[in-house]
Design a protein around this ligand. Structure first.
Ligand code: E4P
Length: 221
C-alpha cells in the first residue's frame, strides 16, 4: 500500500519525505487556500516546489467544471513536472475529461467519490486513481470504510486497473482499516501517519530496556 500525504504544507511534506515512507502528495483547493496560495502563477510555483521535494505522484486539482476548462487546466498542470497527476471531480464533465486525459496519456485522480457507482464510472473513464472520501461519509453517519471494500471487490471482479486511493482519512485506525479493506493508497495529514508510531507498550518497553541497560553498565563497573 502506498502512503500519500494530504497537504499543501511544504514543511509537513518535507517531514513526511524524511520518514522514508512517502509515496506521493494530494492537495485540493481548500488545502492550497489554507497555505494562502492563490493566483495561477503562485499555485503553479507551489506545485513545482512540492514536486521538488518528492518524486512520488502529486495530485493537482483543477478548478474548472466544464470540459474545455478541465482539458486546458490538465494540459497546463502536467507541464509543471512528470509526477503531476491531475485531480478531477466526479461530475459529468469530469468523467468526459477523465476519458480525454486517459486517451492523451495524462494521469488522473478522480476526486469527490462517495459511491461504488461513481467508482465504476471513474474506472471506465480510465482514471489512474479513484478517491473515495472515507471521513466525510463517516461524518454523515454512514460507514465510510465499507465503500473501500465494495470498490475493491468490484474492481477485482471486473479487472479494473484504477488504483483505490482512500481519501479523507483522519486517523491511524482509518489507515489500518483502509489497508484491510483493499485500498492501494491512503492519503492523510502528517498527524495521522504519526499516530501509527504510538503505542504505550512500545514506550514502556523501551524505557525498561534502557533502564536495564543502564543498570547492567553500573553493575559491570
Ligand atoms: C484528498 O484527496 C482529499 O481532498 C482529502 O483527503 C479530503 O479530506 P477531508 O475530508 O479531511 O477534507
Amino acid at each position: 500500500m502506498k502512503f500519500f500525504i494530504d497537504t499543501a504544507n511544504l514543511d509537513d511534506i518535507r517531514e513526511a519525505e524524511s520518514l522514508g515512507i512517502l509515496d506521493g502528495v494530494t492537495t485540493n483547493p481548500s488545502l492550497m487556500a489554507k497555505e494562502s496560495i492563490s493566483g495561477e502563477e503562485n499555485v503553479r510555483n507551489h506545485y513545482a516546489a512540492i514536486c521538488e521535494i518528492t518524486d512520488g505522484d502529486v495530485s493537482a486539482e483543477v478548478i474548472s467544471t466544464d470540459l474545455d476548462g478541465i482539458k486546458r487546466e490538465a494540459s497546463e498542470l502536467v507541464k509543471i513536472a512528470d509526477n503531476i497527476v491531475v485531480k478531477i471531480p466526479m461530475i459529468r464533465e469530469g468523467v468526459k475529461a477523465l476519458a480525454w486525459c486517459s486517451a492523451n496519456g495524462i494521469r488522473t485522480n478522480c476526486t469527490l467519490v462517495f459511491s461504488a457507482g461513481q467508482a465504476i464510472l471513474a474506472a471506465k473513464a480510465g482514471a489512474t486513481y479513484v478517491s473515495p472520501f472515507i471521513g466525510r461519509i463517516d461524518d454523515i453517519g454512514w460507514e465510510g470504510m465499507t465503500l473501500i471494500s465494495d470498490i475493491a471487490e468490484i474492481y477485482a471482479i471486473q479487472g479494473f486497473e484504477t488504483q483505490i486511493l482512500a481519501a479523507s482519512i483522519r486517523n491511524g485506525k482509518h489507515i489500518v482499516d483502509a489497508a484491510k479493506a483493499g485500498a492501494d493508497v491512503v492519503t492523510c495529514p502528517l498527524s495521522s501517519f504519526e499516530s501509527l508510531f504510538k503505542h504505550p507498550l512500545t514506550d514502556s518497553g523501551l524505557e525498561k530496556f534502557l533502564a536495564d541497560h543502564k543498570q547492567s553498565l553500573s553493575v559491570a563497573k
